[in-house]
Design a protein around this ligand. Structure first.
Ligand code: HEM
Length: 115
């Protein structure tokens, strides 16, 4: 029986559900943005700003940004535990990549609320 996979306590069911839930939100956001670019012949600054000006789109974008952070946090843990065997190296990589993921989210929210 596997009792300790990575040296850090995690909840597998919670990770599984969170990974899928965040994947759904990110995919929905990607499809919506693809539809926006396909259905908008010329994307001007006014149209782009108008897209993100509504509260609904702000919430949707914020949800996508937060989802990216959690998805990357869990997804990279899975990838790193599969491919990076030295525990210290894995811990450092995970630490740095988690900080990058957090920075993307924080900066994204900062930009979003400035629109
Ligand atoms: C550094 C970035 C990312 C990492 C490390 C990552 C990692 C993962 C991992 C490990 C899984 C689970 C695979 C499995 O258990 O079979 C997964 C599933 C998934 N990811 Fe990501 N992912 C990343 C970015 C993204 C992005 C940007 C999107 C969408 C825009 C995305 C969409 C999905 C989807 C749709 C699934 C399948 C969920 C399901 O099986 O229901 N991922 N990802």
């Amino acid at each position: 029986m596997v009792t300790n996979q990575a040296g850090l306590k995690r909840n597998g069911v919670q990770d599984f559900v969170t990974l899928r839930a965040t994947a759904f939100i990110m995919t929905a956001f990607s499809l919506y943005m693809a539809w926006f670019f396909i259905s908008t012949p010329t994307v001007t600054f006014e149209i782009w700003q108008g897209l993100f000006a509504s509260t609904g789109m702000k919430v949707f974008t914020a949800a996508a940004l937060v989802s990216i952070m959690f998805h990357v946090q869990i997804g990279l843990w899975q990838v790193l535990t599969d491919y990076i065997k030295p525990v210290r190296l894995r811990a450092v990589m995970q630490y740095v990549l988690n900080i990058i993921a957090f920075a993307y989210m924080a900066y994204g929210l900062f930009v979003l609320w400035g629109v």
